[in-house]
Design a protein around this ligand. Sequence first.
Ligand SMILES: *[C@@H]1O[C@H](CO)[C@@H](O)[C@H](O)[C@H]1NC(C)=O
Length: 295
Amino acid sequence: MGSWKLVSLVLLFLSCSAVLSSADPGKSSTGFSFKDSFKIMPAQDHFRTSPDGQIWYLYLDKKAGGGFQTRDRYLFGWFSMKMKLVGGDSAGVVTAYYMCSDLGAGPKRDELDFEFLGNRTGQPYTIQTNVYQSGIGGREMRHSLWFDPTADFHTYSILWNRHRIVFYADRVPIRVYKNNGRKNDFFPTEKPMYMFSSIWDGDDWATRGGLEKTNWKKAPFVSSYKDYNVDGCRWEEPFPACVASTGEHWWDQSEAWVLADAQQEDFSWVGRNLVVYDYCKDTERYPELPEECNL
Ligand SMILES: *[C@@H]1O[C@H](CO)[C@@H](O)[C@H](O)[C@H]1NC(C)=O
């Protein structure tokens, strides 16, 4: 009896230290290695993993948020992650999954964003997407979701090729942003991007325009990530194969330039039912709408 208790104590201690030691998740059965693929961003101690290394947690408290980013950059591809968002009283908390050409908020950066805006207990999350080119954004759309993103993991994906950027939730296209193929179109095609996951405090703007403040009594806020999946063109210096390889990959072929019929149906349904905000309809903000809105 006594020795069994000791064994379970030791086991308990081992599994706890695995949770707390973070940053060494080891290889998964598919050969994927977190360490080889990602770098942990400051604050490094706001990142942890499950004991088996398969789930990655980001923490937000009053001091700091957490994040991780790919070591590589990609020019076009399919980028997918399963995420479970902070539940309960999460107003002000922003969980993000995004691509960016810069490590900081550089003035000329290109960026593709998923931002999940927390809410008060029982109130629904909003998902915001945005596109930046050369440091200019302002292309926000906001959607409500048909599921509770805090109850379980769901898949969020970005398809990016020369023709379009598609944002997906569980393989349903919720937003299609097109390249109209004219000179000076607002559409990022030139800069390879890193992929980032992060959590931060956005209570100055995120929830009801900043009216709802983060409830720090509920900290730390924890978002969970797993099953990262990229199928893109990895950028290699000095000369990138990505530029020449048009058409070799499924995400770059004509099937990926348009939505399949079933996807089109889902997309229309989302458009009719779940759009909370569309910059292309915001004539108060844009007395003259950005050009792509008129096409
Ligand atoms: C929070 O919930 C309210 C009420 O349901 C809703 O109007 C709002 O869009 C939700 N999301 C955010 C980010 O405020």
